[in-house]
Unconditional design. Structure first.
Length: 98
């Protein structure tokens, strides 16, 4: 499958698993992850990146990204897990995949 098979040229959105997803979400997530991992990031830039990072997690969940890839950074892994748990309607202990 090619990128244009998922999102044709000229289109900025697609719907996957009932969720509208915007083109560029994965790239934005990666850019925010790099900012969060940079020790030289200012407090204001870190705060903005944390908000943007967290807002993209539901989109990447809908894409299935976290089912295929594991983040290398323990900090980023914990942040994603924390935000996913907060968004989940089912407590982690009760999840059939737990």
């Amino acid at each position: 499958m090619k990128a244009q098979d998922v999102l044709p040229d000229g289109e900025d959105f697609t719907t996957i698993n009932g969720r509208t997803l915007r083109k560029g979400s994965v790239a934005a997530f990666l850019a925010n992850a790099r900012i969060l991992e940079d020790a030289g990031t200012s407090a204001s830039d870190r705060q903005a990146a944390e908000q943007d990072f967290a807002s993209l997690i539901p989109t990447l969940d809908a894409l299935g990204l976290f089912d295929v890839f594991e983040l290398r950074s323990p900090f980023l892994r914990e942040e994603v897990a924390r935000h996913r748990a907060a968004l989940s309607p089912v407590p982690a202990a009760a999840s059939p995949n737990a």
